[in-house]
Design a binder for this molecule. Structure first.
Ligand code: HEC
Length: 274
């Protein structure tokens, strides 16, 4: 092999390695250094990974009963819960607006609307086409209710935080870490070693048995955290399953094409000396 090509390949490989390790660094865990992040194997990881639907369904329950008193899901409408690849997708209802579960979930929320006859602001039950409503009327109200802290929107939080699903899960389960000496907590702040600086304006949202799961799963903190994280991973990337299956079909197509091309190449050059 020519020297030039060799150098080119070597530097190419080096560049790829640098890029990959750079990415891994950028997606680092955050946190206060000495906290050991737990890395879970998530069902949705890998080229063929899918969302664990049962976990994501339980996760929605946790979101609704616990997190939704402070955190919005502004990028989602109720009907998204019943889309293909979503936790409550049902083949019998290809149009999620007809899915009875989705209708029930929507109706469980109160939506601010305008009475078309009087122009008055009214509250009505949600329908699948509605977006998840804001929790607070404005940022000032959100801060006032949370001791100055601002609960971020959770719809894309799994993509927004380095460490992704592992970060969210660790954040939720790390509250029971004893407060180390020298850490001063002012009113409204709680110790959480996963946060930069170890302080967070959110009190531990989960405690043993906080929700009662319809499927009988025991509601430990670990379980609720895993489930709500699975749900939030879906909300951050609702098209993942569709995308992966299209990717797989494309690879299959290219593979078959490559085999056919190989045989036609053989055939075309069959009688030529070479
Ligand atoms: C009583 C209100 C309240 C509830 C309930 C609540 N949170 Fe929070 N959450 C907050 C506040 C306030 C912050 C902002 C904390 C800060 O900036 O220090 C926050 C921050 C967060 C963050 C961002 C942390 C970061 O990296 O900046 C995540 C993730 C989160 N909450 C997830 C959840 C989940 C999941 C639930 C339900 C299991 C939940 N929260 C329940 C108030 C709440």
């Amino acid at each position: 092999m020519a020297m030039k090509t060799k150098t080119l390949i070597l530097s190419g490989t080096a560049a790829i390695i640098a890029a990959v390790s750079g990415l891994a660094y950028a997606a680092g865990d955050g946190g206060t250094g000495d906290y050991e992040m737990v890395h879970k194997h998530w069902h949705f990881q890998g080229p063929f990974g899918t969302y664990d639907k049962a976990a994501a369904q339980r996760g929605y329950q946790v979101y609704r009963e616990v997190c939704s008193s402070c955190h919005q899901l502004q990028h989602l409408s109720f009907r998204h819960l019943g889309d293909k690849g979503a936790p409550f997708y049902n083949k019998a209802y290809p149009n999620p607006n007809d899915n009875p579960l989705v209708k029930n979930f929507a109706a469980d929320w109160s939506i601010e609307d305008v009475d078309t006859e009087t122009g008055d602001i009214i509250e009505r039950p949600g329908v699948p086409a509605d977006k998840f409503p804001p929790i607070y009327p404005n940022v000032a109200a959100a801060r006032a209710s949370n001791g100055g802290g601002l609960p971020p929107d959770l719809s894309v939080i799994v993509s927004a935080r380095g460490g992704g699903a592992d970060y969210i899960h660790n954040l939720l389960v790390a509250y029971d870490t004893p407060v180390p000496e020298g850490v001063e907590l002012t009113a409204g702040l709680h110790y959480n070693p996963v946060m930069e600086g170890g302080k967070i304006a959110m009190a531990a949202p989960l405690s043993e048995g906080l929700v009662e799961y319809a499927d009988g799963t025991e509601a430990t903190v670990e379980q609720m955290s895993t489930d709500v994280t699975e749900f939030l991973a879906w909300s951050a990337d609702p098209k993942m399953e569709v995308r992966k299956s299209v990717g797989f079909m494309t690879m299959l197509y290219l593979l078959i094409l490559a085999v056919l091309l190989w045989f036609s190449y053989k055939r075309v050059w069959r009688n030529v000396e070479h």
